[in-house]
Design a protein. Sequence first.
Length: 94
Amino acid sequence: MIAVARDIIREVAERNRIHPNELLGPGRDDRLVKARVQIAYALRARKWSTPRIADVLDRDFSTVVHLLQTRNPDGSRRFRFGSLKNNPHKGTRI
């Protein structure tokens, strides 16, 4: 792994009080996902490609694309109108 990526992973892991190995493991709980998003945004800011970021995070490239499209840089979820559970217009035709 490249030193830049290793440093970012270590920094994000410390900030979120997560062991670096846990970040690269199979866990999917929200605190791990938020930390991975922070790593992905940090690497993307350095002009890394999504496949390269996926390799570092040991994830599929489409997962990284999804994270970058649906999460904010801090890891929180982006609000989407279509995601409302009680949306009265969902599934209706105009």
